[in-house]
Design a protein around this ligand. Structure first.
Ligand code: GLU
Length: 316
């Protein structure tokens, strides 16, 4: 498997030059755009197959929205969440919010775009740092890594320059969509985006969701149904406005972040984590997309590819 992963990295390395490291958060601009790492997490805990710069640390950014959504759902029940936020995919960029200002629009499209994520974070119960600690705790649990922390420099950089996120949060507050102290909510959101992981952590988070979200208890929905819902949400909304094409071309529930990470939920209790910080025009990792496309095609992991059942990861 490691040989295959190395080969796929090399086949897609050239895509780095089509991308650009995110610089709208100044601290992210420092990322080394030449780094590429991949980890596939097999079905059982110990099985991790890694290649390249797999242990390079980077920040979760948008991938944290999956985790804050789960925490908010645990605190409120699933129905309350979907009363406030939709589950519609959108062709708008992740940080768009013009539609939210229309008089008849009272819900962000889904919890995986910035406005929806800021709103779900606002629904997490707790004061001050408690919201963030819950998100961090769940991240550690999903990744089986108690050492996960956050990057203070990235957090402060985003806090200082996050005018767009601030604008959409205050807009939602003015329409009584978002309750509570707006600056506190934003602070939690900026911190959750700055949680630092490597590809092994991401792969294990993918495996956690694929294997059925062990230990997650949410009112109004069984754990299995929650895992199905989450996979559907990631499948339709997880890759910004590239989600529909990605669903066709890659065919696995995934979430990307502007830190260059892609977390994929492979079939059968497996997960994948990829890192390469040069981003394409949609905000997705350029080489990362190439790598996951090639991997899912060669191993038949696309959920619509019936041949996948014949392929056992452990035989590669
Ligand atoms: N912290 C980033 C922002 O709010 C997250 C966006 C992303 O990864 O898509 O702009």
């Amino acid at each position: 498997m490691e040989i295959l992963l190395n080969e796929i990295i090399e086949n897609n390395r050239h895509l780095i030059k089509n991308g650009k490291v995110a610089d709208y958060i100044p601290a992210l601009a420092k990322a080394d755009f030449e780094k590429i790492g991949v980890t596939v997490a097999g079905r059982t805990g110990a099985l991790l197959y890694s290649a390249g710069d797999y242990n390079q640390k980077f920040t979760l950014q948008s991938i944290s929205k999956v985790i804050s959504f789960l925490v908010a759902a645990m605190d409120n029940g699933i129905e309350d969440i979907f009363e406030k936020v939709g589950c519609d995919s959108t062709d708008e960029p992740f940080n768009a919010f013009t539609k939210l200002d229309l008089p008849n629009v009272n819900k962000p499209a889904n919890p995986l775009i910035n406005s929806g994520a800021i709103l779900t974070t606002s629904m997490i119960k707790g004061n001050g740092d408690e919201k963030f600690q819950k998100i961090l705790e769940l991240t550690r649990r999903m990744a089986h890594n108690p050492n996960i922390g956050y990057n203070e420099e990235v957090y402060l950089s985003e806090k200082k320059t996050g005018s767009r996120n601030r604008s959409m949060a205050y807009l939602m507050s003015s329409k009584n969509i978002l309750e509570g102290d707006v600056e506190d909510v934003l602070d939690t959101y900026f911190k959750q985006c700055s949680i630092e992981v490597d590809t092994r952590d991401l792969a294990k988070i993918g495996r956690f969701i694929s294997a059925g979200c062990e230990g997650i208890n949410i009112d109004g929905i069984s754990r299995t149904d929650m895992s199905i819902l989450l996979k559907g949400l990631l499948f339709t909304c997880g890759m910004y406005n590239y989600s529909a094409r990605y669903a066709i071309e890659v065919g696995i529930p995934s979430k990307s972040g502007v830190g260059g990470g892609i977390m994929g939920v492979l079939p059968n209790g497996m997960g994948i984590g990829i890192f390469s910080p040069a981003l394409d025009e949609n905000g997705n990792s350029s080489a990362g997309i190439g790598i996951i496309k090639e991997l899912t095609r060669r191993l038949h992991y696309n959920i619509f590819d019936d041949r996948k059942l014949q392929v056992e990861i452990d035989t590669h």
